[in-house]
Write a protein that binds this ligand. Structure first.
Ligand SMILES: NC(=O)c1ccc[n+]([C@@H]2O[C@H](COP(=O)([O-])OP(=O)(O)OC[C@H]3O[C@@H](n4cnc5c(N)ncnc54)[C@H](O)[C@@H]3O)[C@@H](O)[C@H]2O)c1
Length: 371
């Protein structure tokens, strides 16, 4: 069996999750690890049986027997490492969000096109049963003219680090680029853009907030300066609009799941419900997702190539399926996220064409990128 040989850069929380996932994929083999935290890298290497280890990213990127590189670093390190990896001839998988700014995401996308290497961004919601079922309704035209989407993400109180989970790099713009809207919004916005065929943005307006009290010690230690709540409204081509609300922390009740509205029918994505009208009566139809999933894995077995972001990546590299254009979806997600941020800064609506002009790189200098 052909195996894809992988080097994982960044062996923190998500790096370990990736190692665990690759261990479940027979066609994947992690052959090298890289982290500046040598103790953490050695712990992961011992736990997952990876012998080759280096604290130097440039060294890993130059290993000739690696087919693909997996970037599990903080957001503002994604672009420099991914671009170097693509230029050194490696297919590259990168964690979400694509980058801490639109300018950096665009540079990654350009490097993918220049090099002809594959670039895949982790957008886990694209592989959920809900997304797969929703896609069937939409691709079949059941919704009619789709005119509005609502992207929602709710956490009552779960800002990274200051509320407990994860590291301080999530909550300052130097390493992360942004807060709730960037970190979790990416999953919900990308899901809707994927389902509606990656529509073209026309304009966007929005607001971001950081209002709620937090542990002062952790605030100071992390340099917390990102949004805990992002809201916005965007206009896309063909009369399509999207509104957003993404919370890491809010004094309020859970928001209903994301939704898509069409002239003939609508969808709520979580729990998946198909809203329609029949014989002049309103129907709210539940879908048996487990039955759908069972059939997909038995009768239509090739759908296993879409079990998760990593399954999909490995099978796309093996040539078993076409890679979903996650780099394009993530780039367009970044475009509208940056638009909301710019709208907050400039206190006005932002036209799509202004975003590439106004966006600035947030990429960090990485001393260990050179061998
Ligand atoms: N933690 C999660 O639940 C989660 C979930 C999905 C996506 N992500 C994404 O994964 C990325 C990383 O998040 P994380 O939670 O794993 O962070 P983390 O802090 O746990 O891990 C980051 C690792 O990168 C290493 N590192 C930093 N600079 C380096 C350098 N120059 N060279 C080599 N290694 C370096 C650190 O030592 C650390 O081990 C982020 O983009 C985040 O958005 C995280």
């Amino acid at each position: 069996m052909k195996k894809i040989r992988i080097g994982v850069i960044g062996n923190g929380i998500i790096g370990e999750q990736h190692l665990r996932n690759y261990a479940q994929i027979p066609e994947a083999e992690v052959v090298a690890l890289c982290d500046i935290n040598e103790a953490r890298m050695n712990e992961m290497g011992d736990k997952y049986g990876v012998e080759r280890r280096t604290t130097n990213i440039g060294q890993l990127l130059r290993m000739d027997d690696i087919d693909a590189v997996d970037v599990c670093l903080h957001n503002n390190l994604h672009a420099p490492v991914t671009i170097e990896s693509l230029r050194l001839g490696k297919h590259t998988y990168c964690e979400k969000p694509m980058a801490g700014s639109f300018a950096d995401a665009q540079a990654m996308y350009d490097a993918m096109n220049e090099t002809g290497k594959k670039l895949h961004i982790q957008l886990g919601t694209l592989y959920s049963k809900e997304t797969k079922a929703a896609k069937r309704f939409i691709d079949n035209g059941d919704l009619g003219h789709i005119y509005h989407m609502r992207s929602t993400g709710f956490r009552r109180r779960n800002r990274p680090f200051v509320d407990g989970y994860a590291t301080k790099e999530f909550v300052n713009t130097t390493t992360s680029g942004g807060g709730a809207l960037f970190d979790m919004g990416v999953y919900h916005i990308a899901q809707l853009l994927y389902l509606t065929g990656i529509p073209k943005l026309e304009r966007v307006t929005g607001h971001t907030y950081a209002e709620i009290a937090m542990d002062e010690g952790r605030r100071a230690e992390s340099g917390y300066n990102v949004e805990e709540l992002g809201i916005g409204l965007a206009a896309y081509e063909n009369g399509l609009s999207m509104d957003f609300i993404e919370s890491w922390a809010i004094h309020g009740a859970p928001f209903p799941g994301s939704s898509i509205y069409g002239s003939e029918a609508g969808l709520t994505l979580n729990p998946l419900t198909f809203h329609s009208r029949q014989h002049d009566m309103e129907l709210d139809t539940k879908v048996d997702l487990n039955q759908m999933d069972y059939l997909e894995h038995t009768v239509y077995a090739s759908t296993a190539h879409y079990d998760s972001s990593q399954h999909h990546w490995i099978h796309a590299l093996l040539g078993d399926c076409e890679l979903i254009p996650t780099a394009k979806i993530a780039l367009e997600t970044s475009r509208v996220q940056e638009g909301i941020k710019l709208s907050q800064q400039l206190k006005r609506e932002i036209l799509a064409d202004e975003i590439p002009e106004l966006s600035v790189s947030r990429s960090l200098e990485i001393p260990n990128l050179k061998p």
